[in-house]
Design a binder for this molecule. Structure first.
Ligand code: NAD
Length: 256
């Protein structure tokens, strides 16, 4: 432990599983206070029990990032308890069974956009209200994907949202970086072993064909902690000249 985040307060969405859990754990071990947020109460409890049994370093809030009222409440609870927000990690996200445009239902399109893109926009809007007036500004980390950089690492909705969140990241960096000391960066993980894979239960034939054509089935498999370390770097002052960047962490998959 190097206390890289000593004194910092972070919100992590999707903290009940996978990368959100690992990011929360690493942030706590580096001295941060973390507001754990997730739609799934069981996952949230597991995370809290596992990473902070004493309860001194974390608080938990049920938050569906597709609901604005939940986002407002998540941010308000954080301010009420810790009086500031240094870091927001927009990590919660879902996949879309690699569905092509033709096979994408309106319902799935709307749900993926609401969770993967509109949620991070609204959470950013809510925290920026506070970060703007903080002496040390603020720091937003968005969980994109290699699906945000290329066309066949997910279905149509997933690909659109992950490209969108990279655009959102750059816009926040460009507008709030210089004028309000708020940084925004994105991480683009490749294939990481988490529970999200289990939700690909009806994969699209053409979508899978396109993904296989770029080595999707043999892509290196990463661990959530390997992504958590990237998030730690971005959350810490070690990266204080990095703003508006996208860091790919895919074991070299997209270098081929
Ligand atoms: N695993 C991968 O291969 C991979 C690759 C690139 C990007 N990502 C991105 O990483 C992020 C985290 O995914 P993961 O792989 O850790 O998956 P995961 O399924 O293990 O964890 C996702 C968490 O988000 C929560 N969540 C889902 N919908 C929510 C909502 N509406 N509101 C609040 N919380 C919600 C889930 O309950 C879960 O705890 C996602 O944005 C995903 O798109 C994952």
């Amino acid at each position: 432990m190097t206390d890289l985040l000593k004194g910092k307060v972070a919100i992590v969405t999707g903290a009940g599983s996978g990368m959100g859990r690992q990011i929360s754990e690493l942030f706590v071990s580096e001295g941060a206070k973390v507001m754990l947020a997730d739609i799934n109460p069981d996952g949230l409890k597991e995370t809290a029990d596992q990473i902070d049994p004493s309860g001194n370093s974390t608080s938990s809030v049920i938050c569906n990032v597709a609901k604005e009222a939940d986002i407002v409440n998540m941010v308000k609870e954080t301010i009420d308890i810790y009086s500031k927000i240094d870091v927001l990690v927009n990590n919660a996200g879902i996949v879309d069974n690699i569905k092509t445009v033709e096979n994408m239902t309106d319902d799935m399109w709307d749900r993926v956009l609401a969770i993967n893109l509109t949620g991070p926009f609204k959470a950013s809007r809510e925290v920026i209200k506070y970060m703007k007036d903080q002496k040390d500004g603020g720091n937003i980390i968005n969980m994109a994907s290699v699906g945000g950089l290329f066309g066949s690492r997910g279905g149509a909705a997933y690909t659109a949202t992950k490209h969108g969140i990279i655009g959102l990241t750059k816009n926040i960096a460009a507008t709030y970086g210089i004028y309000h000391n708020i940084r925004a960066n994105a991480i683009a993980p490749g294939n990481i072993a988490t529970n999200i894979q289990k939700t690909i239960n009806d994969p699209d034939e053409l979508g899978m064909k396109a993904m296989s054509a770029v080595g999707g089935m043999t892509a290196p498999v990463g661990k959530p902690e390997q992504i958590a370390r990237v998030a730690l770097f971005l959350a810490s002052d070690q990266s204080n000249f990095i703003n508006g960047a996208v860091i790919t962490a895919d074991g070299g998959w997209t270098s081929m």
